[in-house]
Design a protein around this ligand. Structure first.
Ligand code: NIG
Ligand code: FE
Length: 402
C-alpha cells in the first residue's frame, strides 16, 4: 500500500467545483485508490498498512488527463492542404477534389505497420508528456478490412509499449475509399461486415461514424449503429461539424457515449442530448484550425445540463493538435468554458465520453491515475499557452517513466 502525502488535491468529485483540499493525501493499492482525504484524517487501520510513502511537496494533484477523441494513427501529413486553405480553398472543396481524408487513406495504405507505429508513437508521446493517462484512438484512414485492422493493432500496441490506456474506436465510416467511389451504400455494407471480425480480435471498444455532407447520411449511419448494437458495441458520432444533419438525434436514439464537434447543433439536437447520458465532446483544435466561425451552442448545452468533454481530435487534416492543455485553454478562450468546465472536460467528462466509470475523479475506488503539477491552482492548467507544468504522471499507482 502506498501513501502519497503533501498533495494539493483538486479531486473534481461531485458534479461541480474543483474539490480543493490542501495538505491532502492519497492511498493507492495496486492500480486503484483506496482512500483520498486530508492527511490528518487518515484512518489508523490504513496507516498501519502503508509500506511506501512519497512526499509530493505541496504540488497540485488532479485526475490523470483523458483525451477522448483522437485519430493518431495515419500515414503522411497534410501541411500542403493547410497552405491551400490559407489561400482560400475550403475543407469541403479539398475533400470533394479527392484530397482530405482520402489523401491520408492513400498515405496510410502505403505505409508499413512499423512506419505507422513509429509515427503515431511520437505523437502519442507528446500527449503523454502533458499528463494524458487514457487516450482514445480511432481507425478510419485504412478503410479496408486489412488496413483498418493494421491501424487498430497499432493503436493497441501503442498502449502496451507507452504505458497508457488506449481505447480503440472503429471509424470505418469515415470516408468512401476509391474502390467504392459512387457506391457509398455498398461501402457501408462492407464497414458493417468487417465490424465483427475486428471485434473478435479485441480491437473495438466503440464504433464511430462521420455523419456529414462529405461523409455519410443519417440513414447510412443508422445502419452502422444497428450493426454495432447487434454486436453489443457502444457508439459515438462525428456530428454537426460542418452542417446540421440531425446525426445527434440519431446517436442519442442509440444511447451514444458521445456526440463530437457540434458546431452546427440545432436546438432540437440540444434537446436530444439533454438527459440522454450522451456527452457533448467539443473540439476547439478543429474549430480553430479550420478557421470556423460558428460556435457550438455552449450556453444551451450548459443550460440543458449536458456534460461537456474537451479533446484534441488530433488528425492530419483538421486538428494537428498534440497538446490537451492547449485545448483546455482554447475551450476557455474560444468556447467560453470556465477553466473548471474545461478541466472537467479533459478528466471526468472525458471518461464518461469513453464509457469509463473508474477514472476522472480522485476518490476511493477509482483508478490511481493522477497528475502532479507545478501549479498553485488548477485554473493554471487553462492559463498558459505552451508551458508544460507536469511534474509526474501516475498511472495505475505507478509513476510513469516513459
Ligand atoms: O474529426 N471530421 C472528420 N474527421 C476528422 C477529420 C479527418 C481528416 O480531415 O483527416 C475530424 O475533424
Ligand atoms: Fe475527429
Amino acid at each position: 500500500m502506498k501513501l502519497w502525502t503533501q498533495a494539493h488535491l483538486a479531486t473534481l468529485t461531485g458534479e461541480s467545483g474543483w474539490g480543493l483540499l490542501e495538505h491532502g493525501a492519497l492511498v493507492s493499492e495496486g492500480e486503484h485508490l483506496l482512500w483520498v482525504g486530508a492527511l490528518d484524517q487518515l484512518p489508523h487501520e490504513l496507516a498501519t498498512q502503508i509500506d511506501t510513502q512519497q512526499d509530493l511537496g505541496g504540488a497540485l494533484v488532479t485526475p490523470g488527463l483523458i483525451d477522448a477523441h483522437t485519430h493518431l494513427v495515419y500515414g503522411g501529413l497534410r501541411a500542403n492542404e493547410f497552405e491551400q486553405r490559407l489561400q482560400g480553398a475550403s475543407y469541403e472543396d479539398i475533400a470533394k477534389a479527392g484530397g482530405g481524408i482520402r489523401s491520408t487513406v492513400t498515405a496510410t495504405r502505403a505505409a508499413s505497420e512499423a512506419q505507422l507505429y513509429d509515427a503515431a508513437a511520437k505523437r502519442l508521446q507528446a500527449l503523454l508528456n502533458e499528463g494524458v493517462t487514457t487516450v482514445e484512438i480511432k481507425s478510419g484512414y485504412g478503410l479496408s478490412l486489412d488496413a483498418e485492422l493494421a491501424c487498430l493493432r497499432v493503436a493497441q500496441r501503442l498502449g502496451t509499449a507507452l504505458n497508457v490506456d488506449v481505447r480503440k474506436t472503429y471509424l470505418g465510416a469515415h470516408a468512401v475509399p476509391p474502390e467504392f467511389a459512387g457506391r457509398a451504400d455498398a461501402y457501408v455494407d462492407a464497414v458493417c461486415g468487417w465490424m465483427a471480425a475486428l471485434q473478435q480480435q479485441g480491437l473495438v471498444d466503440a464504433v464511430d461514424a462521420f455523419c456529414e455532407g462529405i461523409g455519410f447520411t443519417v440513414a447510412q449511419t443508422r445502419r452502422v449503429f444497428e450493426t454495432a448494437r447487434g454486436l453489443g458495441l457502444p457508439v459515438k458520432l462525428h456530428a454537426e461539424q460542418l452542417s446540421d444533419l440531425g446525426g445527434t438525434q440519431l446517436a442519442c436514439e442509440f444511447g451514444a457515449l458521445s456526440c463530437d464537434h457540434l458546431e452546427y447543433l440545432s436546438p432540437a439536437g440540444v434537446q436530444a442530448l439533454a438527459g440522454s447520458g450522451s456527452v457533448a465532446t467539443l473540439l476547439p483544435g478543429a474549430y480553430y484550425f479550420l478557421r470556423e466561425t460558428k460556435l457550438p451552442p455552449i450556453q444551451a448545452l450548459r443550460e440543458a445540463g449536458v456534460p461537456m468533454a474537451i479533446a484534441t481530435d488530433h488528425n492530419p487534416g483538421t486538428s494537428p493538435a498534440l497538446s490537451l492543455l492547449l485545448m483546455i485553454n482554447m475551450a476557455c478562450t474560444l468556447f467560453r468554458l470556465t477553466p473548471e468546465e474545461a478541466v472537467r472536460g479533459a478528466t471526468i467528462n472525458a471518461a464518461r465520453a469513453l464509457g469509463l466509470k473508474d477514472r476522472g475523479q480522485l476518490q476511493a475506488g477509482q483508478r490511481a491515475d493522477f497528475c502532479v503539477w507545478d501549479a498553485a491552482h488548477p485554473n493554471e492548467l487553462a492559463y498558459f499557452l505552451g508551458r508544460n507544468p507536469l511534474l509526474l504522471a501516475v498511472r495505475g499507482g505507478q509513476i510513469r517513466t516513459t
